[in-house]
Design a protein around this ligand. Structure first.
Ligand SMILES: [Fe+2]
Length: 190
């Protein structure tokens, strides 16, 4: 499920809004200057090579990148592999990478082709949690404090759009705020 939960940034228990209505999610994000869109999902491409996934979404990608600002477009994916004894360790390491509050020098634009992940946007006095699923596109504006939780069992395939090759690099704020807020698992199971 795609889910939006708005909380006070000083009290995670103060839930101002929780909704799964895509129109409300888009409107609430839009008035905060955050792009949210839904694309039709191409089925059966979860295991396809990157080139095929990018080709499947070629029309949408061209529309989004009409001005050519995104010079680097790639696919990030992680899927559980219970046959790999290293998987639990890999899952923890992947999850921890962007679990602390940070910013980027450019917009963080992600299209989730499948799976799930949650962006937490730390805005003026509030934390806006956006649980994205297959079909969701979100753009976190450059400079916005945020963190990302892929959950205890990371599983997603996302197309990433970068203006610069190192656009993914995070400037970590050192603020431990993320620890005070519900995890992705907690949000979807609430
Ligand atoms: Fe980020």
């Amino acid at each position: 499920m795609t889910l939006l939960q708005v909380m006070s940034d000083s009290d995670a228990g103060a839930v101002v809004l929780r909704t799964e209505d895509p129109a409300v999610i888009e409107a609430e994000l839009s008035r905060r200057g955050i792009v949210f869109d839904r694309w039709p999902v191409a089925t059966g491409v979860a295991a396809a090579p990157t080139e095929q996934i990018l080709a499947e979404y070629g029309g949408r990608i061209s529309d989004l990148n009409g001005d050519g600002r995104y010079k680097h477009i790639d696919v990030a994916r992680i899927h559980p592999d219970d046959g790999d004894p290293q998987w639990p360790e890999k899952a923890v390491a992947a999850r921890e990478k962007f679990l602390s509050e940070h910013r980027h020098a450019e917009d963080e634009v992600r299209f989730f082709a499948s799976g799930r992940g949650c962006f937490y946007l730390h805005l003026d006095g509030e934390v806006v949690a956006v649980v994205c699923e297959g079909g969701d596109l979100v753009s976190v504006p450059a400079g916005t404090r945020h963190w990302f939780d892929m959950g205890s069992r990371p599983d997603f395939l996302a197309i990433r759009f970068f203006e610069e090759e190192d656009g993914w690099v995070g400037d970590f704020t050192g603020d431990r705020i993320g620890a005070n807020f519900p995890t992705l698992d907690e949000l979807v199971n609430a």
